[in-house]
Write a protein that binds this ligand. Structure first.
Ligand code: AP5
Length: 191
């Protein structure tokens, strides 16, 4: 069983690398951002409330995302492992994830953090905003707010995993294939 937290700021490449990792390691991809966007597309009440916060580059309340992850873990009990992408984003979410996984006796194996400087992140987000249609990518103020929320509220999650001896940092600047190989090397060395 491999349970991977793929960590990093907005635009670090978590979604891009998750797409490749799920095929190589046969994992279920749990992206809280994607789950929230599905709720928005379906026009649910949860989606409508989340959209107001997401469009401003702010975090959705912990209990909302923890509830979504809980139900996805229940639905996928026979999965060979998971990639958590964009979750946990607060220490409270990290503690909740450990508690949920303890019911299945499958703790987090490794946390891989993609390290990219703030100016490169803003460049990537604004470039993607030209074509993605994601409202939170469209203007520089919102992109910068997302990065600053990450630096303030999400960075402490790295210490949380570091204290458990599970934190591995990877340079997130370079070609997508080179970064993928570096991630795989770290995962394989844990097995
Ligand atoms: P979420 O959907 O998780 O977005 P994010 O973390 O801001 O991440 P992104 O999808 O923007 O970036 P990414 O790291 O996946 O990079 P990607 O591969 O796409 O969250 C959105 C919102 O939902 C949050 O702001 C919050 O409101 C809410 N939310 C979600 N989870 C939550 C939680 N747990 N708690 C509370 N609220 C939550 O790549 C980005 C771009 O860069 C792409 O165009 C890509 O092609 C390009 N790129 C990728 N790799 C490279 C490379 N090596 N070189 C050059 N370009 C590259």
């Amino acid at each position: 069983m491999l349970n991977l937290v793929l960590f990093g700021p907005p635009g670090a490449g978590k979604g891009t690398q998750s797409e490749k990792l799920i095929h190589k390691y046969n994992l279920v991809h749990l992206s809280t951002g994607d789950l929230l966007r599905s709720q928005i597309a379906a026009g649910t009440e949860l989606g409508l409330r989340a959209k107001q916060l997401m469009d401003q580059g702010l975090l959705v309340p912990d209990e909302v995302v923890i509830g979504m992850i809980e139900s996805k873990l229940r639905e996928n009990q026979s999965a060979p492992g998971f990639i958590f992408d964009g979750f946990p984003r607060t220490v409270l979410q990290a503690e909740a994830l450990d508690s949920l996984l303890s019911h299945y006796q499958t703790p987090i194996t490794i946390m891989i953090a993609l390290i990219v400087d703030d100016e490169e992140l803003i460049r990537r987000l604004l470039k993607r905003g030209e074509t993605s249609g994601r409202p939170d990518d469209k203007d520089e103020t919102t992109a910068r707010r997302r990065v600053s929320v990450y630096n303030k509220d999400t960075m402490p999650v790295a210490d949380y995993y570091s204290q458990q001896g599970k934190f591995v940092g990877i340079d997130g600047i370079g070609t997508i294939d080179d970064i993928f190989l570096a991630i795989c090397e770290k995962i394989d060395s844990q097995k």
